[in-house]
Ligand binder design. Structure first.
Ligand code: FES
Ligand code: FES
Length: 161
């Protein structure tokens, strides 16, 4: 059975077994290694991707659920100006996630910024459980996202001029 879907802006298909997880598909067939296997039970978040603009644990998604849907990984976001806002925001806030979780933290920040132009801590708290690690605090992540929102606003103003 063929499964068609949109991966990082390109139409793709696969004939892997329908029960293959999205995590294994995108790593093994499409070589996208920002998505890491961890617990494989939906708890650790290291395999997070955007599926139709929502953060999901790719280890829990069998590919028969993918037909016609849109998947984005951080590799795709890295080609955009939006990524630069987040990169600058994280730097300004002194927020430096490790390589293992940088992808999920960037995708989480982007999801928040798509939802709120000026995110508040209460808004962002909803996302922290998907993004938790013992080496960074939620507060440091919130500051990094707020700094990113400022860079995004500045860029939007410059664009309008
Ligand atoms: S590998 Fe841990 S949530 Fe997917
Ligand atoms: S797991 Fe990457 S900074 Fe904590």
């Amino acid at each position: 059975m063929k499964t068609d879907f949109l991966l990082n802006g390109t139409h793709r298909f696969t004939d892997k077994h329908p029960s293959t997880t999205l995590l294994d598909l995108i790593r093994e067939e499409f070589n996208l290694h920002s998505v890491h296997p961890g617990c494989r039970k939906g708890h650790c978040g290291t395999c997070t991707v955007l599926l139709d603009d929502h953060l999901v644990a790719s280890c829990l998604v069998p590919i028969f659920h993918l037909k016609g849907r849109k998947v984005e990984t951080v590799e795709y976001l890295m080609e955009s100006a939006e990524f630069r806002d987040i990169e600058l925001g994280f730097l300004k806030a002194g927020f430096h996630p490790c390589k293992f979780c940088a992808g999920i933290k960037v995708l989480t920040a982007e999801t928040i910024l798509r939802e709120w132009e000026h995110p508040k801590e209460a808004d962002m708290a909803l996302f922290v459980t998907k993004n938790w690690c013992a080496c960074t605090s939620p507060g440091s992540f919130f500051s990094a996202v707020i700094a990113s929102s400022e860079f995004r606003e500045r860029r939007a103003h410059a664009h309008r001029r």
